[in-house]
Design a protein around this ligand. Structure first.
Ligand code: KIV
Length: 271
């Protein structure tokens, strides 16, 4: 029997099959071609061109300033680096909430440069957007729990669904995005029992971040996962020390330039 890891090119139906078979789905963010190609070669199933690029690489405090142009440029680059992985592009803040029509135009811009699906934040309040996109052939991943674009309304980076009323709202929202046609949903920063309840209730896969191991898949921001910075959220594990490796490479280069051992004859045009 073949599993998700044997699939040559990830398509939407493989994700539903994985959920039913109990196989975990892997997702990482990517914002450029080199990292997309590396993660694709590593067998990551989904590449998310996340608006987390705002914090991770564009030096913003939040994801709110990220523009559609930022996401379009990054999506084009990530799509160029991906062969097997399904490329999901984030709809940034301010490009989809006001109306389904506005949402369609923004999503179309991302699909034209290589996105194979889009992601948006919210539950019942964006059900009409999800329905329009799904009906128009644009696959939609939803995002519930802590939704970074609503960081101010949520009172900061806080675990969601801890009290009974907000947990109930979350379950209703999860059902609403599935009913509207979403093919998957990200569950961010919520108690494990709630993530388990939502995962069991839905037919579509759940992809967790700070939601425990009970979801159908996991996503992390790559710069956190690979140890690029000093700090990462408490739910993130550092799976490498890429920042330190890059610093060592840059320092070795600088030493070689200064002591004139680089460029040597092997790296020069002698004639
Ligand atoms: O933008 C992003 O990276 C995300 C993940 C945190 C799910 O939305």
């Amino acid at each position: 029997m073949t599993g998700l890891q044997d699939v040559k090119k990830i398509r939407l139906h493989h994700l539903g099959q994985a959920k039913r078979a109990g196989e975990k789905i892997t997702m990482l963010t990517a914002y450029d071609r080199p990292t997309a190609a590396i993660f694709d070669a590593a067998g990551i199933d989904l590449l998310l061109v996340g608006d987390s690029m705002g914090n991770a690489v564009l030096a913003y405090e939040t994801t709110l300033p990220v523009s559609l142009d930022d996401c379009v440029r990054a999506t084009r680059a990530v799509a160029a680096g991906a062969t097997r992985a399904l490329v999901v592009a984030d709809l940034p803040f301010g490009t989809y909430e006001a109306s389904p029509e506005r949402c369609f135009d923004s999503a179309a811009a991302l699909m034209k440069v290589g996105a194979e699906a889009v992601k948006l934040e919210g539950g019942a309040r964006v059900a009409a957007q999800i329905a329009l996109l799904s009906g128009a052939g644009i696959p939609v991943m939803a995002h519930l729990g802590f939704t970074p674009q609503s960081v101010h309304a949520l009172g900061g980076n806080r675990v969601q669904g801890r009290d009974a009323a907000s947990a109930r709202r979350l379950v209703v929202d999860a059902q609403a995005v599935q009913d509207a046609g979403a093919f998957a949903v990200v569950l961010e920063m919520m108690p494990v029992p709630l993530a388990a309840q939502v995962t069991a209730a839905l037919e579509i896969p759940t992809i967790g971040i700070g939601a425990g191991a009970v979801t159908d898949g996991q996503v992390l921001v790559w710069t956190d996962m690979a140890g690029m910075g000093e700090w990462q959220p408490s739910f993130v594990k550092r799976f490498g020390e890429v920042g330190a490796a890059l610093r060592d490479a840059a320092a070795a280069y600088a030493r070689a330039v200064r002591d004139t051992s680089f460029p040597d004859s092997a790296h020069s045009f002698e004639s």
